[in-house]
Design a protein around this ligand. Structure first.
Ligand code: HEM
Ligand SMILES: [Ca+2]
Ligand SMILES: [Mn+2]
Length: 353
């Protein structure tokens, strides 16, 4: 083994490989000036970009996209206009200045921003981080990214063509535990998919299994063309994607979905390994350099498994997997108030910056 470390040109840091050096300053810049050391909106947006960059790839050649090559950032003016990429301009606009300020490729920047940002989210796994994705030379093609109104057949087929199994699709959806929609509910932004949008926990997997009753904000109809469906916590402002609903109940994916509800550790490990794949789609891994040492240990999880939000219980579960369902506690007290800021504040207007 070679234990020698190189001294970085910054005169401060040492690294296992010179290729890692540029990421020390980038890490500080992202944490201070974009994420504010929190599991903030920009963390969520950066993580979302890994999906919309990576899944553009096609083994069959049906789509020309290069996978995790940064094309969504380099060709943002084209790709963020694809209908399934609605809202991704928030992420690309946020990351663009960092591409100018740091000598890194766009593909590496997207993966690094997601891995660093996740460390601010309690319960997130520490992701692998490899360096050396060459800059994309062309935009990805429209139509490669599945959307929330798509059927399970369509979603699984598209992911399979990008190199993912149905289990991996479910595992990657742990990302929706720190997710809020800006585009689906008319006139509303930051509409959460679970009751803890700043915690990378298993609440998402539980809450999507509960019977939906209504859509948030006293609307009468879900935005069906936008892939919205009734949620169990509409009064608290939670929404649900039709695709999440369907994947939680389909015979091909329901058991994988259910397996993570009471197992934070399993969810973390499942997400870590599937992100290893998503972050390197279309890349020759033998040409990449492991700079995982740049990724700190994320904040620890705040609880080991999901709990029924106050006012809900096991009679509302819609289970299609035959495995026994775990026995979970119910949160005491009044209906769950969903925080709107990473510091727990309930009012979006009070979020820092
Ligand atoms: C079946 C596949 C998927 C579908 C249909 C889907 C759909 C969506 C939709 C419609 C939104 C809301 C966007 C908005 O209105 O602002 C969203 C948000 C998000 N998605 Fe997915 N997604 C899928 C898979 C993934 C994957 C694989 C990842 C990453 C590993 C991911 C990460 C996220 C994140 C982090 C957000 C929240 C962004 C924010 O809060 O600003 N999604 N997704
Ligand atoms: Ca959550
Ligand atoms: Mn957002």
């Amino acid at each position: 083994a070679n234990y020698r470390r190189v001294s970085c040109p910054d005169g401060i840091n040492t690294a296992t490989n010179e290729a890692c050096c540029a990421f020390f300053a980038l890490r500080d810049d992202l944490q201070t000036n974009l994420f504010e050391n929190e599991c903030s909106e920009d963390v969520h947006e950066s993580l979302r970009l890994t999906f919309h960059d990576g899944v553009s790839f096609s083994k069959s050649g049906n789509f020309s996209g290069g996978g995790a090559d940064g094309s969504i950032l380099l060709f943002a003016d084209i790709e963020t206009n694809f209908s399934e990429n609605l809202g991704t301009e928030d992420g690309t606009d946020a990351l663009a200045p960092f591409l100018t300020r740091h000598l890194v490729t766009a593909g590496d920047l997207i993966q690094f921003a997601a891995a660093i940002g996740l460390t601010n989210c309690p319960g997130a796994p520490r992701l692998q981080f490899l360096v050396g994705r060459p800059n994309a030379t062309a935009a990805a093609e429209d139509g490669a990214i599945p959307g929330p109104a798509d059927s399970v057949d369509t979603i699984l087929a598209r992911f399979a063509d990008a190199g993912f199994t149905s289990d991996e699709v479910v595992r990657l959806l742990a990302s929706h535990s720190i997710a809020r929609s800006d585009t689906i509910v008319p006139n509303h932004q930051a509409v959460p998919f679970d009751s803890t949008p700043f915690n990378f926990d298993t609440q998402f997997f539980l809450e999507v299994l509960l019977r939906g009753t209504a859509v948030p904000f006293n609307r009468t109809e879900p935005n069906i063309s936008g892939g919205e469906i009734d949620s169990p916590l509409a009064a608290e402002g939670e929404m649900r994607l039709q695709s999440d609903f369907a994947l939680a109940r389909d015979s091909r994916t329901a058991c994988e979905w259910q397996s993570m509800v009471d197992d934070q550790t399993l969810m973390m490990e499942n997400f870590r390994t599937s992100m290893m794949k998503l972050s390197n789609v279309g890349q020759d891994i033998s040409k990449l350099i492991d700079c995982s040492e740049l990724i700190p240990e994320p904040l620890p999880a705040t609880k080991p498994n999901a709990t029924f939000p106050a006012g809900t219980n096991s009679s509302e579960l819609q289970l299609t997997c035959a495995s026994p369902f775990p026995s979970l506690a119910t949160d005491p007290g009044q209906a769950t108030q969903i925080p709107e800021c990473p510091d727990g504040d309930l009012n979006l207007a009070d979020c820092p910056s």
